[in-house]
Design a protein around this ligand. Sequence first.
Ligand SMILES: [Zn+2]
Length: 419
Amino acid sequence: MRSLSKFSMGVGDRFGMEGEAQLRAFQAARDRGVTVTPVWNKSNREHSLIGTRPEDVRAEADKAVERCAWQRDYFVDADHIGLGTVDKFLASSDFFTIDVADAIGKPAADEAIAAYAAAMQPFLGTLPIPGIACPVTVTTEGLAEIAAKYLFAVAEAGRVYRHIVQKKGEGNFVTEVSCDETTTPQTPAELLFILAAAAREGIAVDTIAPKFSGEFLKGIDYVGDLGRFAREFADDLAVLAFAQKTFGLPAGLKLSVHSGSDKFSLYPIMHRALAKSGAGIHLKTAGTTWLEEVIGLAAAGGDGLAFAKALYREACGRYDELAKPYLTVIAIDRQALPAPAAVDAWTAEEYVGALAHDQACPRYNIHFRQMVHISFRLAAEKGPEYLDLLRANRAGIEAHVYDNILKRHMAPLFLGAAF
Ligand SMILES: [Zn+2]
């Protein structure tokens, strides 16, 4: 039976070169007494933009595990898949993030809604959810609204889940259901009844990724109301614990936070809520390892810095094309971007200062950072030229990748302390 440990973290690696540096960060956390299960995640979108295949991620993970002699569990996540995309991930993945966001709001069959409403009768009224800030009260009408919005989507998740079970066998993979890529956050009641519906579908949900309020933009900190996030997060933890027991879901059921990376201001809030409740968490980060590669190249000076500058110049010229797949998850003010000619004159330190996610650094520019974040395709187009640069600057890049994961993500979230 494959299941996640209490703490797990998804890392992306666009070019498949940093698996060992990433895994060494997990080893360092382990050495300090905290086991965090590594998960290498890559979405179908990311594969198609870079030209990699799911088996490449599996090969990278296996190689890193072998080289680092990692003795514990690890997973390869088919991130944000559906029925149309899952097949090519079946052989290489043992973690499946079933994305149902596109199915939210589609109508379920009348009989399915009636059967669900009948089964949920015992849960109408005010629910005794321990630890929740405001009591959750559900009426017949409220339940009907939730069913209208989510029942079809959960049924779709059931279809995908059973398809995976057929190919991999029950219990041989981790199942995540994600509904984060939608417009409105789920209420505690919605999350509860989504989990009830998932249990009725027979989905062995290990992790669920709800949408939270606020903006989870790629590679930059959270934008939103921290107090509101703290309430939502604590409520979601309470709902999950209640749903797990009430509907007989897997014992390790936990929240998955699709962070888009670098939600530094949320980590202390999450850490406190986890410590208080005893709950586990899966943190999914985006491909900011790519940014650590650019930082490492820029810091190296010479060819590395020249590459980083040329990359930015090209990105400015191809902005619309690069931004298109990411429009809902970036907020780049083009007026606030430095001119490529100005960047060309930067020293290594100046480039790194603008790009590295250090909000205390006066040179840090969130627009510049997001711009470089979405320009990984340009490096993919360079093919061997880019990979050779990565090889030539191995030690410096790996130090950045390792430090970033360990000190900026794992330490505040899982340890609540600095390394
Ligand atoms: Zn997501």
